[in-house]
Design a protein around this ligand. Sequence first.
Ligand code: ADP
Ligand code: MG
Ligand code: ZN
Length: 479
Amino acid sequence: MSINSKYQAVIGLEVHAQLSTKTKIFCGCSNKFGSAPNSNVCPVCLGMPGVLPVLNKEVVEYAIRLGLAVNCSITTKSIFARKNYFYPDLPKGYQISQYEEPICRNGFVDIELADGTKRRIGITRIHMEEDAGKSIHDAGSETLVDVNRCGTPLLEIVSEPEMHSAEEAGKYLFAIWQTVKYLGICDGNLEEGSLRCDANVSVRMKGETKLGTKTELKNMNSFRNVERAIEYEIARQIEVIEEGGTIIQQTLLWNAEKNIAAPMRSKEEAHDYRYFPDPDLVPVLVNDEWINAAAQNLPELPAKRKVRFITEYLLPEYDAEILTQERTTADFFETTLTGLTKKNPETYKAASNWVMNDVLRVMNEGKTIHPEHLSSLINAIQSGTISGKIAKEVFEEMSATHESPEIIIKKKGLVQISDTGAIEKEIESILAKFPNEIARFKSGEAKLMGFFVGETMKVMKGKGNPKIINEILAKKLKN
Ligand code: ADP
Ligand code: MG
Ligand code: ZN
């Protein structure tokens, strides 16, 4: 038995999603990312004495949407509380959050692991809170503070401690990322910190039901780093225990360059937040009407959309998975389908191939493609106007110039030649050049057919109709 199989890892994630509302959570300041430092501020988000916060209704709406999407029950009367601590980027000296009565409770998300195992991961709670400002430590010997982020609305999504591997944690985080993006409530950018994940990790002997002492990992700004940090920490804890030591409850910062997690200075650790209900804010009341309206307005979520893609368009599961990973991709695909002249499983699959391979690639390069243009391109292949090979060329031009395929085909003279007489003439002159190859073909080297097709295509500059070329060649080489 290996050391690792004696232990079970336990992981719980706390995910913070920065909401893409126009304004901040308790004031009218702009919530835009990337403004000049300290420009989006007012007395309320700076916490000046005597000001009063007023809750942004859009934040509650977003919280309800997310809660419903991850199967939570929505609290009809939730409370804001003050979480008190001192930090240079928190001018108020406290953060407004929710403690005893969060807006959402008892949800779950379903995940599937690479080996096909399905797991349901519980969500303990989702609460609304404001973000703190940002300290910038890499400006030489000084620390700079940017308070633009003070008052940025956040939803904190807290999972149950019931994931058991880095892979499960990664899949869970992906599901949350996918959901907030589908809902349009957060841009999901891990690198820029609009979706942040703290991972709580402990280990225990297999079969043990009590939880072990946990550590909390911070500072992982990509899916990969979240998984690497968790793997590192599980291995470290097992090693400590194997050597007879005990795990100290502490916060560790992931260092992506060194591939290690190092403890934060302990002074920043000691927290006694002395939460109490915020006397400046009334309870948040949400009635059934509001909840029902939000439920009605939820978009089709990825899991459901994937199943529909399989049943409605008869796509392989693999395609459906890729196409529904992001809402923009799924929307692009379905808009493409509406523009097809022939709608059948064959053209749906063709559209799927184009989107998965070509559209996603050029979009990753930062280019744009119009779905209507992709429909026209597929229509042009279907009608025999262009060959599939030429279509690739048209597609590249489409992504560079944003012109329609019709214009590109005309401009570059790419229309497929299907004139049997013209093709036959080209084939005859080619066959005249290769008597040896003909003899070899006739004596059984069937693969030379490809050679003849290739030569014909070459002289026809790729524009010959491959079906007709194949037919004529087959006929001529038979006798
Ligand atoms: P804290 O008070 O330290 O913030 P919480 O009980 O609020 O701890 O839990 C925070 C997160 O840590 C949750 O996602 C929870 O699932 C997870 N968690 C709690 N205890 C453990 C543990 N022993 N091992 C792993 N994860 C844990
Ligand atoms: Mg906590
Ligand atoms: Zn403000």
